[in-house]
Design a binder for this molecule. Structure first.
Ligand SMILES: Cc1ncc(COP(=O)(O)O)c(C=O)c1O
Length: 403
């Protein structure tokens, strides 16, 4: 069968592919530790469970409004007022089947062939493929110290074809929070030059600090209707509700209506039962998010201490999200080879930094249970220390060093 040029040019999501590989190894009996997937292990919020049950109970589950149910839009209006200090209306919201679809809707609505979309390395692995699918061209701003970019470097990458800039704060895969002065300058720059700035805020509540992360709107006096800011968010990470597949966009009503047209042809509407569950998550007790934040911060502190004991590994302290992106170049410059080595020898899944535009690094997810994360790091330390003990137990399987 002959496939389209587009289909053959797309790389599969490496994180999902690694997840499949880990599951296959597990089925064969290997004691795999998966530090690859960005998914908290929490139980769904009770509000979401009850909301979802109520949403399905009378059996009347039909198509809904293309842009989302009035109930979830109402909850998002309140969420935006609380977290973004912006009054918006239902016309400023488009709800989708996950933030991935939200981002696709934005790019499909804005990007024409050859238009440029600016990313900051390290970037989320899906952005370049999304840009390719929507026929745009990716341009990358390389980071400085601590993965922090500079406005000078942004300006060097901007051209008359730059339509969109994407900023994911806190960042997947590094967990860093961008410097406030940088975000402020970037927002002003985009407002001034009429460039759409997508703020991918999917981790914005998962920050290890006592004060909330300032949002993009902090740095612009414009209303949502007048601003070039586009907010992408969802319940996947903040509430650990990855399987519910609910994301949303807040933006000016013209863009929302354009995206609605696209979504109506793609998926008709977001999942009705999941939307009912998302209402439950947004309006119910928020302790799941508070617990998640605290648990991940505790794990992060342990992980940082542990990584310090692996000679040559350099880390940048994550201040949010649930990833860390240590520099393993002291062991191998090729992150794909190193990740394959760790999976083969000690059954630990990590994601090669090359997928995020950061060769020589490995992304380690710290979202899972603490004992698993620490066990995974222990195995990595053992695998990299060729002068260490000559055997290790992986579950009940004894592995003897051959390297
Ligand atoms: C930076 C970033 N944006 C968006 C998403 C997509 O989230 P969702 O599961 O809602 O599609 C992810 C998921 O990994 C992510 O890491």
């Amino acid at each position: 069968m002959e496939f389209s040029k587009l289909a053959t040019s797309i790389a599969p999501s490496p994180t999902l592919a690694l997840n499949e590989k880990a599951k296959a190894l597990q089925r064969e009996g290997a004691a795999v530790i998966n530090l690859g997937i960005g998914e908290p292990g929490n139980f769904a919020p009770m509000g979401a469970i009850l909301g979802g049950i109520a949403g399905i109970q009378d059996g009347n589950v039909k198509y809904g409004a293309t842009g989302g149910t009035p109930a979830l839009k109402e909850a998002i209006i309140k969420y935006t007022a609380k977290h973004y200090q912006r009054e918006i209306s239902a016309n400023n919201i488009l709800i989708s089947n996950g933030a991935k679809q939200s981002l696709f809707n934005i790019l499909f609505a804005l990007v024409s062939e050859g238009d440029e979309v600016l990313l900051f390395a390290p970037y989320w692995v899906s952005y370049p493929e999304m840009i390719r699918i929507t026929r745009g061209t990716t341009r990358v701003v390389e980071p400085g110290e601590g993965f922090q970019p500079s406005m000078d470097d942004v300006k060097k990458q901007v051209s008359p074809r730059t339509r969109v800039i994407i900023l994911n704060n806190p960042n997947n895969p590094s967990g860093i929070i961008y410097r406030e002065e940088f975000v402020a300058e970037l927002v002003s720059f985009c407002e001034e030059h009429s460039i759409c700035l997508i703020m991918d805020d999917i981790y914005h509540q998962l920050v290890f600090r006592n004060t909330p992360l300032p949002t993009g709107y902090t740095y612009t006096p414009r209303s949502v209707e007048e601003s070039w800011l586009i907010i992408s968010n969802g319940v996947s990470k903040t509430y650990g509700m990855t399987g519910f597949r609910i994301g949303w966009v807040v933006a000016n009503s013209e863009l929302i209506s354009m995206m609605g047209k696209i979504q109506s042809q793609m998926t008709s509407c977001p999942h009705i039962v999941s939307q009912a569950a998302a209402v439950g998550a947004l309006t119910g007790s928020q302790h799941v998010t508070t617990n998640l934040r605290q648990t991940i911060q505790n794990t992060r502190d342990l992980v940082l201490r542990d990584l310090e004991t692996i000679p040559g590994v350099r880390t940048t302290v994550p201040e949010g999200a649930f990833y860390i992106l240590p520099d393993f170049r002291a062991y191998d410059q090729d992150s794909q080879r190193l990740a394959a080595f760790l999976l083969e020898k000690v059954y630990v899944v990590t994601v090669p930094g090359a997928a995020f535009g950061m060769e020589g690094h490995l992304r380690i997810s710290i979202a899972g249970p603490q004992y698993e994360v620490m066990e995974g790091l222990g195995r990595i330390r053992w695998a990299l220390n060729s002068k260490g003990s000559d055997s290790i137990y992986l579950g009940d399987q004894k592995v003897v060093r051959s390297w």
